[in-house]
Write a protein that binds this ligand. Structure first.
Ligand SMILES: Nc1ncnc2c1ncn2[C@@H]1O[C@H](COP(=O)(O)OP(=O)(O)OP(=O)(O)O)[C@@H](O)[C@H]1O
Length: 257
């Protein structure tokens, strides 16, 4: 196994994944620095979810290696990978999957309690995150009484509450209206920065990718380019800084490489 550069907390080397014989990833390599927010961009079906599942140890590639903080994930057994996921990783799905019998704060506290945090402390932490995600008022509501967007905010709070080392977010704003997306992404990225979390964010949307420090793009299961996006609040202007249209254009270029 080739040692990764010192500042990479998570890396993949030459991943090949086939789903029932058809290729989903072909020779994909990448590294993620500690505390970095990395977007994995690309159109639908390009392999983003498959890559996140490999990086998080949910899926073993048929070929290739994955490492996290000095541990070779591809060499671990299923239960060791499960423990690692529970203790160090967080996951946000494109649609919220909550436990219907638990209210919003209990759902948000679930991973903390699984990690052995006492109920009172877990509740206080869950309520803080629900407030930050603007759904504090829903704390006692069951999922059926919440809108899809509120449920997704609860799911984001649940992933952030234990402050995992790495958050994998697969199209995390898919169920949100455009106006809500920026607020949830701002909360997610601000939380990651303030707690030193690393984020790997799959998205086919350039506006979402603009919240990341860097974008790695996939096309038909292959890496096609890396785009360095400027900060999202960088003003457009005559000084040469990029406006939104130019930023979108740059990101789109990566797919044509
Ligand atoms: N469980 C599976 N069984 C069979 N084929 C699969 C499976 N999961 C993914 N694929 C196929 O692998 C390829 C990559 O899929 P993947 O979901 O990783 O892409 P994606 O970029 O995340 O797409 P989307 O944005 O639509 O989720 C696609 O062709 C998809 O149809």
């Amino acid at each position: 196994m080739v040692a990764p550069p010192d500042n990479e907390v998570l890396w993949a080397r030459a991943l090949h994944v086939r789903h029932h014989g058809s290729p989903a990833l072909t020779g994909v390599s990448l590294g993620v620095r500690e505390g970095e927010i990395l977007a994995v961009g690309g159109p639908r079906g390009s392999g983003k979810t498959t890559l996140l599942r490999c990086l998080s140890g949910q899926l073993l590639a048929q070929e290739g290696e994955v490492g996290f903080a000095g541990t070779a994930l591809h060499a671990l057994g299923a239960s060791a990978r499960e423990r690692l996921r529970r203790d160090r990783f967080g996951w946000i799905d494109p649609t919220p999957v909550l436990v219907p019998e638990l209210n919003a704060w209990e759902n948000a506290a679930l991973l903390l309690m699984l990690r052995g945090v006492g109920r009172r402390r877990a509740r206080a932490t869950a309520l803080e995150w629900l407030d930050r995600l603007d759904v504090g008022r829903c704390a006692r509501s069951r999922p059926y009484a919440l809108s899809q967007a509120e449920r997704q905010r609860v799911a984001v709070a649940r992933a952030l509450a234990p402050a995992p080392a790495v958050i994998f977010a697969d199209e995390p704003t898919a169920p949100l209206h455009r106006a809500d997306r920026a607020q949830v992404l701002r909360t997610l990225t601000a939380a990651a920065r303030s707690h030193g979390m690393t984020v790997v964010l799959a998205t086919h949307d350039t506006d979402t990718a603009a919240f990341a420090d860097r974008t790695v793009s996939l096309l038909d299961g292959r890496r096609v380019d890396t785009v360095h996006l400027p900060p999202v609040d960088e003003p457009a202007g005559p000084t040469g800084s990029a406006g939104p249209a130019e930023r979108e254009g740059r990101a789109a270029c990566s797919l044509s490489a």
